[in-house]
Design a protein around this ligand. Structure first.
Ligand code: NAP
Length: 193
């Protein structure tokens, strides 16, 4: 499998040229929300500057950039779902750098679709669904904090949406979109002994 470091603009340009790329789907990011608080430089490099690189390269090639963003661009203190035009106000470094990435795409002039999603899970990697399944198989009772509300979203559904958009020639619909599965849950995954 070929790898591409998206912090390197020339490498991106070369990759898009060699592969005659029309659509770039960016799933890469710095996603460790807690660690980002102590590592602004790396979070900004990946979530902002590298995203700007992709947008610049897409603009040059008239390619479309599909980019995954997050509900962390919002303050997150409401009880109602946020619409796309809800004012952004990220509180932490992760959200701030993800928002900066969104803005750099918008300012680049490239054709783009940004999907803000939340609480992604899948059979791959680490995620809260896998963690909860493991913990509930190991313990009879769990204590979890109860201060977050979210909409768990199956990554396969987001992937299907992106595939559908490409397959049905809807790439011209430039803009920001919110995507999550339905139904919200309370709590998060930090077990307390
Ligand atoms: N997980 C969630 O609940 C959630 C919720 C909302 C939005 N999102 C967004 O969804 C997207 C995917 O999230 P995820 O949880 O799947 O992230 P993840 O598991 O942390 O994966 C991030 C990916 O970025 C790659 N990467 C890091 N540095 C790179 C570089 N310089 N060049 C190219 N690739 C690089 C990593 O590759 P290596 O493994 O090789 O380092 C890794 O495959 C992100 O944009 C995230 O902000 C996630």
């Amino acid at each position: 499998m070929q790898e591409l470091d998206i912090t390197n603009l020339d490498d991106i340009r070369q990759c898009l040229l060699e592969n005659m790329t029309d659509v770039v789907i960016n799933c890469a990011a710095y996603t460790n929300v807690d660690k980002a608080e102590d590592d602004y430089a790396t979070a900004d490099l990946l979530n902002h500057k590298a995203v700007e690189n992709l947008a610049v390269a897409c603009k040059e090639r008239s390619a479309t950039l599909i980019h995954i963003s997050t509900d962390y661009v919002f303050q997150g203190d409401g009880n109602l779902p946020c619409m796309e035009d809800h004012p952004t106000n990220p509180l932490g470094i992760y959200g701030k750098t993800k928002l900066a990435g969104e803005l750099s795409i918008q300012n680049s002039g490239c054709n783009y679709l940004i999907f803000r999603t939340a609480w992604l899970y899948s059979p791959f990697g680490n995620n809260f669904v896998k963690t909860m399944r493991r913990l509930t198989s190991e313990r009879t009772t769990l204590q979890v904090v109860f201060d977050q509300i979210g909409t768990p979203t199956y990554a396969g559904d987001l992937a299907r949406l992106i595939y559908h958009i490409i397959e049905t020639n809807q790439l011209y619909k430039t803009g920001i979109y919110h995507f999550s599965n339905e139904a919200s849950v309370h709590g998060m995954i930090l077990p307390r002994k």
